[in-house]
Design a protein around this ligand. Structure first.
Ligand code: NDP
Length: 294
């Protein structure tokens, strides 16, 4: 029975054992996969090896061990360092590259792998390591649809899979536009907290108000997206000139509190250009076209 289970076991390689790769290899072990791992710093594999993972002695040996090879590396410089060292094992493998970088870098890696007879699927994981192993989590995928479909069940051991199309850059593009929103929201939260704390309001006291302010965003996006799609930038509910005054109030409040005003100043600058170009009576959404021209 044991040997029968061994033979029919699904198997996968995970290369890169940062917090993400460790969580991924762990999720595959939990799901009963035979897991081969490799990491530049071998000691990071210790806990996985104790749980039954096989540690390969090179990236090439790790890639050679299985058709499905998951890469979880810091960025695509690391990806290329690993792929080049494993070049002899690339043909016939499906590399699922869950490392973050730009769409252009993803296309470059996909070309490199494809030219050597392998397949490359780009992935943009939308959750931290704690979300790995949960079907409610989601990862953007793009690249050739056939290997994606063939390995979909394995990928869904990690997170839900949202296939965006065959352009290998797409998964990173979707990932980066999410991150654009994430960083703007986080910097707004951190900046507001700095103003609060500079005025004696601890982060914990600000918390429910910050949550309430952030909760407005989904409704704003639902309201504005169809108007942006339709090219409707009427200033019927908000006006750019009002936005400029409001952002300047934030900047002045920050500066009067001894908090760096560079962040609101940057936004005010973009809005001011719109007002100066004659969009003062139009909606804030007129900035989308302005950002594109800039
Ligand atoms: P880390 O940067 O902590 O670890 C990634 C791995 O990359 C490490 O195992 C490291 O090896 C390896 N590495 C880096 N440079 C090289 C190189 N030149 N050659 C060989 N190996 C190298 O990243 P995470 O595990 O946190 O994340 C992995 C990817 O997932 C990243 O692209 C990240 O952006 C993305 N991601 C991470 C999230 C998170 O919350 N952590 C959330 C969503 C996406 P070594 O151990 O030897 O240093």
């Amino acid at each position: 029975m044991g040997s029968h289970v061994q033979q029919s076991k699904a198997s996968v390689t995970v290369i890169g054992l940062g917090p993400m790769g460790q969580a991924m290899a762990g999720a595959f072990l939990d799901a009963g996969y035979a897991v081969t791992v490799w990491n530049r710093t071998a000691s990071r594999a210790d806990r996985l090896v104790a749980r039954g993972a096989a540690l390969a002695d090179s990236a090439e040996a790790a890639a050679a061990a299985n058709e499905l090879v998951v890469l979880s590396l810091t960025d695509y410089d690391a990806v290329f360092a690993v792929l080049e060292s494993a070049e002899a094992a690339v043909a016939g493998r499906v590399f699922v590259n869950l490392s973050s970088d730009t769409p252009a870098r993803a296309r470059e890696a996909a070309r490199w792998v494809t030219e050597r007879g392998g397949s490359h699927l780009t992935g943009g994981v939308q959750v931290p390591p704690s979300g790995i192993g949960s079907p409610e989590s989601s990862t953007f995928y793009s690249g050739p649809v056939e290997p994606f479909q063939r390995h979909r069940a394995a990928l869904e051991v990690l997170t839900g899979a949202d296939y965006r199309g065959d352009d290998p850059g797409l998964a990173q593009l979707y990932y980066q536009i999410q991150m654009d929103l994430f960083w703007a929201s986080m910097s707004g939260y951190l900046h507001a907290t700095a103003i609060a704390e500079a005025n004696g309001i601890p982060a914990e006291e600000f918390r429910p108000y910050a949550v309430s302010a952030a909760s407005i965003m989904p409704g704003m996006i639902e309201f504005y997206a169809p108007r942006i799609t339709a090219g409707n930038h009427l200033g019927d509910v908000d006006r750019l000139a009002m936005a400029l005054a409001s952002i300047e109030h934030v900047r002045h409040t920050a500066e009067a509190s001894g908090v760096d005003g560079a962040l609101p100043a940057l936004l005010a600058e973009a809005v001011r250009r719109g007002v100066e170009a004659g969009d003062g009576a139009a909606s804030l959404t007129s900035l989308v076209a302005r950002f594109r021209r800039a």
